[in-house]
Design a protein around this ligand. Sequence first.
Ligand SMILES: *[C@@H]1O[C@H](CO)[C@@H](O)[C@H](O)[C@H]1NC(C)=O
Ligand SMILES: *[C@@H]1O[C@H](CO)[C@@H](O)[C@H](O)[C@H]1NC(C)=O
Ligand SMILES: *[C@@H]1O[C@H](CO)[C@@H](O)[C@H](O)[C@H]1NC(C)=O
Ligand SMILES: *[C@@H]1O[C@H](CO)[C@@H](O)[C@H](O)[C@H]1NC(C)=O
Ligand SMILES: *[C@@H]1O[C@H](CO)[C@@H](O)[C@H](O)[C@H]1NC(C)=O
Length: 633
Amino acid sequence: MAAAVLLFTAVTFACLTGNLVSGGRSFSIDYKHNCFLKDAKPFQYISGSIHYSRIPRYYWKDRLVKMYMAGLNAIQVYVPWNFHEAVQGVFNFTGDRDLEHFLDLANQTGLLVILRPGPYICAEWEMGGLPAWLLQKPNIILRSADTDYVQAVSNWFAVLLPKIKPWLYVNGGNIITVQVENEYGSYFACDYNYMRHLRTLFRLFLGEDTVLFTTDGNTDREMTCGSLEGLYATVDFGTNNNVTEAFKRQRRFEPRGPLVNSEFYTGWLDHWGDQHAVVDAQKVSRVLAEMLSMGANVNMYMFEGGTNFGYWNGADHDTRFRSVVTSYDYDAPLSEAGDPTEKLVAIRDVIKQFRDIPSGPMPPPTPKFAYGFVNLKKVGNVSSLLNTLSPLGPVESQYPLTFEEMKQYYGYMLYRTTLPRDLSQPTPLISPLNGVHDRAYVSVNGVFQGLLERDTALVTNISGRQGDTVDVLVENMGRVNFGSKINDYKGLLSHLILGKDVLTDWKIYPLDIDGAIAGGWPHSDSQKYFPAPEKEPSLGPVFYMGTLQPNGLAWDTFLRLNEWTKGQVWINGVNLGRYWPARGPQQTLYVPGPLLSTVLPNYITVLELEGAPAHQRVLFMDRHQLSATAGKS
Ligand SMILES: *[C@@H]1O[C@H](CO)[C@@H](O)[C@H](O)[C@H]1NC(C)=O
Ligand SMILES: *[C@@H]1O[C@H](CO)[C@@H](O)[C@H](O)[C@H]1NC(C)=O
Ligand SMILES: *[C@@H]1O[C@H](CO)[C@@H](O)[C@H](O)[C@H]1NC(C)=O
Ligand SMILES: *[C@@H]1O[C@H](CO)[C@@H](O)[C@H](O)[C@H]1NC(C)=O
Ligand SMILES: *[C@@H]1O[C@H](CO)[C@@H](O)[C@H](O)[C@H]1NC(C)=O
């Protein structure tokens, strides 16, 4: 204990500079003087998190320049495995997935990189970045020494890490440190063999001298299970923690070396149904100043949050399943649309006191445009569009199959059967084992009857006649990204019971909605669809389409689906994400300007799952609305 007390004195907190001789390109830890050494000189990083997977490639440079101008000397970047290996063995590093281009832009901008390649990343990202195809092995223990899991990780790292190696600082690139796993100590498995295996892989592909580190929450248990010899242990904490206490915890595990807060929370995430999270800018600045004055290295999580486009949002499952909203604005210093905020100015004023920051103006916000209303018309209900949406047709099965068994990992899938008997009275359709993951929209002969929702609505009433078609459209709302429940299978995981009958003999239709829309549908055969908006909008899952006429501008805009209930929206074939204004808090969706055409019609497609408003139109506004809660639905 006496030794420990000594270590807590102010002296060992500071990064003391000795008589150091400058050498070639190097990056290392100086345990003697409690700091990082860059080219043999003491180095302190002031970093911000940015996720290239949440920003269109077109805007990467814009966001990086703004981070540089805010005074940062580094960025921290996650690599989401499932973004690059969506199909096992098929890798994509092009377009919005071009990691090396992103590293190159950061290097050109003068930003160093703290890379976090996982394989698990959390990040409020679908399944914490793990590919859902891992779940094809029914009892796989993710994030452990499970042989199939470890084999998949090894295959992935054999592709990823050789791409990373030339970008290491010592090799002429900008990557100074590399994180192993992520907050592993928060996970139940606490499997040192797994962590040792990762350490071996990183050493094998990146060399013995790369600074590898771990990041964990601020408790002894987390630090104990998350740290490993040879990996520098760092902590993460936000504005509500006592900074001295938090770094004391790091000192218990790293008695010497630099102080590092790998995730200092500038804001927080939102789930559907939450109040919009806000963290006070003055508080962020005050705690940042406190950490920097101790000589600590700080990464601000997030500095630029971005967007969970498509189906990439994650979810939490503590007391119940809670899905993360489409926006990942995070109340960060740069907004979802990349605009500098007051928080950025306050942070920059703090950084100025500790290092010379670039002179010159902060780049202005990108221009925004209110394109106004666009009327939509009905395309048809999902039940009537299966030829288009499910070209391969159904798989027949006595009992329901999961998304993973069907090898369709994201989006929506349709389960169809028939009523086993006449139901003249409303009869309960029950999900007895809470097996609807995550939301099911139930129709009988194409007429919407109600919905089931995981942990929330396990019964709905339906009626009809024997032999009527029962359609259950199931939505995957994003896999759990944190905790022990990350084996988050989707679809119907157990039987549905109607009255006393178990429903059987299913036809299960995989739906390639994104493929159809990317191929030009429904606009390519729009003459088939009703010319005018309907007076009586349909209930249940229905597609709508509309066209935003070009006006010569391709500026950022925000799409408001006022009085629409819940669904998914695409523009020019790009999946913008989920909307759910009825539950909130998010009310508008970010539409990056580069997605719009200045000369061609801009095609809008909406899948409304529950019910469109009487006036079927959407509104393009020039400001974001993330904080309204229009009552719970
Ligand atoms: C790879 O990802 C990019 C960016 O999302 C996409 O445009 C491209 O179609 C993908 N390539 C393949 C072969 O799927
Ligand atoms: C990174 O930028 C520096 C300075 O501009 C340059 O010398 C170096 O070649 C770049 N590294 C890579 C890997 O492109
Ligand atoms: C933080 O904890 C230390 C004791 O470790 C205490 O002296 C200090 O007052 C606390 N700071 C705040 C802001 O509560
Ligand atoms: C679904 O579409 C089919 C084909 O257009 C139509 O016959 C049916 O009435 C529709 N169902 C509802 C509830 O609108
Ligand atoms: C189902 O119908 C019964 C009676 O017909 C009613 O008491 C019950 O509240 C209904 N349940 C739901 C979930 O609508």
